[in-house]
Ligand binder design. Structure first.
Ligand code: GDP
Ligand code: FE
Ligand code: FE
Ligand code: FE
Length: 194
């Protein structure tokens, strides 16, 4: 697990140590799985493998940052106040990108946008956005009904993987009658509708 210096102010060892310090072992393992899967998807789709591996590794950096920190950051850093009506499931992507730039010294906009979009997706998705979104869903540690089909679909066609994941996630949330972030619906209409 080594990241090239190209995309951050910190060394590979510093990034890994910092990330390890803000999450539990299970989440850290997930991030390694997403990194490896993102590298594989990058290779299949002609994208920079090292950049995808780093984006995948950091995508959940902010998953366990305390709620009070988020509330403070949303209020003080000019985020949409509507975010206060949501929770860490939504914040760790959109606001997480801010913490990643601040704590890991990653200023690359493509990486930060991919983190921003990794939970909800968006109507516009770059190749890196799609790689991280899909890798998060199909990394080796994931186990849910449909994961094997999701892997098959995603490895044969990245866009189809995005559509599969959005349909699955929205159905899962609706089944629980959970509140769905509007951007998720908008993304569903672009990427999942046949
Ligand atoms: P993780 O961080 O690796 O667990 O995966 P994600 O970042 O993709 O998702 C985090 C959580 O947010 C999961 O429990 C998703 O089901 C949930 N989630 C995804 N989209 C939405 C949404 O639109 N609304 C809500 N409330 N939750 C969502
Ligand atoms: Fe996440
Ligand atoms: Fe995801
Ligand atoms: Fe994740």
């Amino acid at each position: 697990l080594v990241f090239k210096k190209t995309f951050s102010d910190l060394t590979s060892d510093q990034i890994i140590a910092q990330e390890k310090s803000v999450m539990d072992e299970k989440r850290f393992k997930h991030c390694i799985g997403v990194s490896q899967t993102a590298r594989k998807l990058a290779k299949l789709n002609g994208y920079d493998e090292d950049k995808a591996a780093l984006a995948g590794f950091v995508h959940d950096y902010a998953k366990q940052i305390p709620v009070e920190d988020y509330v403070k950051t949303i209020k003080e850093q000019g985020f949409d106040p509507d975010l206060l009506n949501w929770n860490r499931a939504i914040w760790h992507g959109i606001v997480g990108a801010y913490y990643i730039e601040r704590d890991l010294g990653i200023h690359d906009q493509e990486i930060l946008t991919a983190v921003n979009r990794h939970t909800t997706a968006d109507t516009e998705m770059t190749t890196l956005d799609k790689i991280v979104f899909v890798a998060d869903f199909i990394e080796p540690g994931r186990d849910f009904p449909g994961v094997d089909e999701a892997r098959e679909v995603s490895y044969s066609n990245l866009d189809a993987g995005v559509g599969y994941e959005l349909a699955h996630t929205i159905a899962f949330l609706a089944e629980k009658r959970a509140k769905i972030y509007p951007r998720s619906f908008a993304a569903y209409n672009v990427w999942a509708v046949k």
